[in-house]
Design a binder for this molecule. Structure first.
Ligand code: DOR
Ligand code: ZN
Length: 348
C-alpha cells in the first residue's frame, strides 16, 4: 500500500441520525456508502421508545436503502422516565435493540421526552447492567444557568461519575465528546466506559463558529469548545486507545432549519465523513491508527465481529459540494465548498 492509498477494514458509524421519511431517503445512501453498520439514534418525533417502534423504524430504514447496498442499521431505544425494562430486555434479546440512548430531558433536538433524573431509571440501569446492554449517553447537564460551554464537564462530574461508580459493569459510551475533561475521564475510568468522537469536533473549535460572521452550519450539540479541547480530542482519536472510536453524529437539518432565527443543532457530515477523519489522522501523522479507530475498536466494545470487507481512500482532491439535494431536502454538508485531500473510493 503506497502512502497515497489507504485500505481499511470496512468501518462502522457508532452514532448517526438517519431521521425518517423523505429525509431518511436523502441521507441514508451517504451513510450506507461509507459504513457497513451504524448505531441509529432514536430521537425521532415521536421518539423510538419501544421494541415495536424500533422494529418498524428498522424496516423503514431497510426499505429506504439503495438497491444492492450492504448496510445494517443497529437500533437504539430512547429512554424516558417511563421506559419499561422488560420491553428493553426483550428487544435486546430479540436482536432488535443494540443499545439504549440516554438524553437528559431537553438537552438537544427532540429530547423533550428524555430522562429527568437518573434516579427515575434505576430499574432500567440495573437491567442493562445485568444483560450487558450498552447505555449511550448525551453527556450534557441541562440546567438553564449552566454555561453552554461547561455543560459536558458539569455532566461528567455531577451525573456520569456517580453513574459509572454505581454501575461498574454497565457498558457505557459517552457520545460525541468535545472536551479535555471528557477525554481525561474516559481515559481514567475502567474498560466499560468508552467514547465516540465526531469528524467536526476534530476539526473545529468554538471560534470557527464565528469566523467572519455566525456560521449556523457549524452549530451542533455538544457545542464545539476551545482549541485546547479540540487538541485533546485529536490526541485521543489518534492514540490507539480502544476506548475512543468513530461516531459521526451526522445530524441533518434542512438549510432553512439551520439558517433561522432559532437554528437547529446538528452537522450533516455523512457524505464525506471518512475523508475528514483521514485528513485529521494524516495531519497528526497517524494514518496507521485510523483503522483501529474506524473499524476495530467499536465492534470490540459492542462485542460484535469486525467487518470482513475492505474500503479504499486515495490521496486525491475532492470538492465537497455546496449542497446535497435529494427529494425535497436541501442540505449543506460539513466542509461544503472546501477541497478535501482524500477521496473515498469504496470497496476493494
Ligand atoms: O447537534 C446535535 N444534533 N446534537 C444532538 O445531540 C442531536 C442532533 C440532532 O438530532 O439534530
Ligand atoms: Zn447525536
Amino acid at each position: 500500500m503506497s502512502s497515497d492509498t489507504l485500505v481499511l477494514r470496512r468501518p462502522d458509524d457508532w452514532h448517526v441520525h438517519l431521521r425518517d421519511g423523505a429525509m431518511l431517503a436523502a441521507v441514508l445512501p451517504h451513510t450506507a456508502r461509507q459504513f457497513a453498520r451504524a448505531i441509529v439514534m432514536p430521537n425521532l418525533a415521536p421518539p423510538v421508545t419501544t421494541t415495536a417502534a424500533a422494529r418498524a423504524y428498522r424496516e423503514r430504514i431497510l426499505s429506504a436503502l439503495p438497491p444492492g447496498a450492504d448496510f445494517q442499521p443497529l437500533m437504539t431505544a430512547y429512554l424516558t422516565d417511563d421506559s419499561d425494562p422488560a420491553d428493553l430486555e426483550a428487544g435486546f434479546r430479540a436482536g432488535v435493540f443494540t443499545a439504549c440512548k440516554l438524553y437528559p430531558a431537553n438537552a438537544t433536538t427532540n429530547s423533550a421526552h428524555g430522562v429527568t433524573s437518573i434516579a427515575r431509571i434505576t430499574r432500567v440501569l440495573e437491567t442493562l447492567q445485568r444483560i450487558g446492554m450498552p447505555l449511550l449517553i448525551h453527556g450534557e447537564a441541562t440546567a438553564a444557568e449552566i454555561d453552554v460551554y461547561d455543560r459536558e464537564a458539569v455532566f461528567i462530574e455531577s451525573t456520569l461519575a456517580p453513574l459509572v461508580a454505581a454501575f461498574p459493569h454497565l457498558p457505557v459510551v459517552l457520545e460525541h465528546i468535545t472536551s479535555a475533561e471528557a477525554v481525561d475521564f474516559v481515559g481514567a475510568t475502567g474498560p466499560r466506559l468508552a467514547a465516540t468522537i465526531t469528524p467536526h469536533h476534530l476539526e473545529i473549535n468554538r471560534t470557527d463558529m464565528f469566523a467572519g460572521g455566525i456560521r449556523p452550519h457549524l452549530y451542533c450539540l455538544p457545542i464545539a469548545k476551545r482549541e485546547r479541547h479540540r487538541q485533546a480530542l485529536r490526541r485521543a482519536a489518534v492514540s490507539g486507545n480502544p476506548k475512543f472510536f468513530l461516531g459521526t453524529d451526522s445530524a441533518p437539518h434542512t438549510i432553512g432549519a439551520k439558517e433561522s432565527d432559532c437554528g437547529c443543532a446538528g452537522i450533516f457530515n455523512a457524505p464525506f465523513a471518512l475523508e475528514v477523519y483521514a485528513r485529521v489522522f494524516d495531519e497528526e501523522g497517524a494514518l496507521d491508527k485510523l483503522e483501529g479507530f474506524a473499524s476495530e475498536f467499536g465492534p470490540r466494545f459492542y462485542g460484535l465481529p469486525v467487518n470482513e470487507g475492505r474500503v479504499q481512500l486515495r490521496r486525491s482532491e475532492t470538492l465537497v459540494p455546496e449542497s446535497v439535494v435529494a427529494g425535497d431536502a436541501v442540505l449543506r454538508p460539513f466542509r461544503s465548498g472546501q477541497t478535501l485531500p482524500w477521496r473515498f473510493e469504496g470497496s476493494v
